[in-house]
Design a protein around this ligand. Structure first.
Ligand SMILES: NC(=O)C1=CN([C@@H]2O[C@H](COP(=O)(O)OP(=O)(O)OC[C@H]3O[C@@H](n4cnc5c(N)ncnc54)[C@H](O)[C@@H]3O)[C@@H](O)[C@H]2O)C=CC1
Ligand SMILES: O=C(CO)COP(=O)(O)O
Length: 335
């Protein structure tokens, strides 16, 4: 008898994870914010608003009531980053594994999701699931690998990995929760940068340069927060960076592309029904970088474009910076 799993958030990613978890016949209780999503999933086995491609397994039951997750030992939390705290405080307090799947940094506080969750759900043991994972591919059962970082170390991994692993969904163990979260949140901002380059027609060389120099920014930021460089070189860092920076399947990349093509950031954000986390992460990340004196010129550039600066002007300024050593350790004080 397989254990039941809870999923909080029925956007594209929460729905895809529910579908993946239910692929072995497991019962999944899926909390959705919108009543219409609950109704559509239960009555039509589809989530036309957020994941229209998938016909959902019969063992997924949607609910709009968070207390329906009471008594479930493993819950995946998949809300947009900015609402995580608000949602988790409504969850009945109980000891359980809480697997964080959102990618972002909380505006206003600068907290990573594990810090938000620790405060909002103090009885839970936290893990972070992150990696290169387009929702529609996971829902279709295509091979995918992720980092599963467990604050409870190997003992938590022994509990969680059999619940989460499937023949085409492969978690890799880590105990570096901070590193796993930093990779996922920064790559969204860098994906916007790569989209801008695409929208401006600046070519593949420029995109590869942004990926490599953006990765250097991720490493510098990670190091200052105690993340392990090896974590950032893995699925949740470099792996996700490469995926998200290379495809219009990414909402962040697409947002950047539209900005590069001349659309206004304010209008693009006002029209959104789905979340592009990088747009929320960029301002708080730029602020954290400045406060901690961490050189993150690409993140600062994305933040300026989101605030209305001309993409062409911002790129020209980036290229005009003084020449420097490539290795951070050779010249730590220069951007
Ligand atoms: N879509 C993807 O391929 C992946 C997404 N993620 C991450 O998962 C998180 C959720 O993203 P998606 O599922 O793609 O979202 P989505 O863009 O498909 O849908 C938006 C979600 O936000 C919820 N929502 C809106 N306002 C809310 C509120 N006030 N309170 C609670 N929920 C509210 C909606 O119900 C819906 O679940 C994000 O942090 C994202 O970066 C991570 C990996 C892959
Ligand atoms: O996190 C993702 C893939 O790993 C999804 O990226 P987007 O949010 O940019 O679509």
């Amino acid at each position: 008898m397989t254990s039941q799993v809870g999923v909080i958030g029925a956007g594209a990613w929460g729905t895809a994870l529910a579908q993946m978890l239910a692929s072995d016949g497991r019962e999944v209780t899926l909390w959705a914010y919108e009543a219409e999503v609950v109704k559509a999933i239960n009555e039509t086995r589809r989530n036309p608003r957020y994941l229209p491609s998938a016909e959902l397994h019969d063992t997924i039951r949607a609910t709009g009531t968070l207390s329906d997750l009471a008594g479930i030992d493993t819950v995946l939390s998949v809300t947009p980053a900015q609402v995580l705290g608000n949602v988790l405080v409504q969850l009945a307090e109980q000891p359980r594994d809480l697997v964080l799947c959102s990618k972002g940094i909380e505006a206003g506080t600068g907290r990573l999701m594990n810090e938000v969750a620790r405060h909002a759900a103090p009885g839970a043991q936290i893990a972070v699931l992150s990696g290169p994972t387009f929702a529609h591919e996971v829902a279709a059962g295509l091979p995918t690998a992720v980092t599963l970082a467990c604050e409870g170390g190997r003992a938590q991994w022994e509990r969680l990995s059999p619940v989460i692993a499937r023949p085409t969904f492969r978690p890799y163990y880590s105990d570096d929760v901070t590193g796993a979260e930093i990779g996922g949140s920064i790559k969204n901002v860098l994906a916007i940068a790569c989209g801008v380059v695409e929208g401006l027609g600046l070519g593949q060389n420029a995109r590869a340069a942004l990926i490599a120099r953006g990765y250097a920014e991720m490493l510098r930021f990670g190091e200052s927060l105690g993340a392990e460089a090896e974590t950032l070189a893995g699925l949740c860092g470099l792996g996700d960076l490469v995926l998200t920076c290379s495809s219009t399947s990414s909402r962040n990349f697409s947002l950047g592309k539209a900005l590069g093509e001349g659309a206004s950031a304010a209008e693009l954000m006002a029209d959104r029904t789905t979340v592009a986390e990088g747009a929320h992460t960029a301002p708080v990340l730029a602020e954290l970088a400045q406060k901690r004196s961490i050189a993150m010129p690409i993140v600062i550039a994305v933040n300026a474009i989101l605030a209305g600066a001309s993409p062409r002007r911002v790129v020209a300024d980036l290229l005009a910076r003084p020449l420097r050593a490539e290795a951070h350790s050779d010249q730590p004080d220069i951007a």
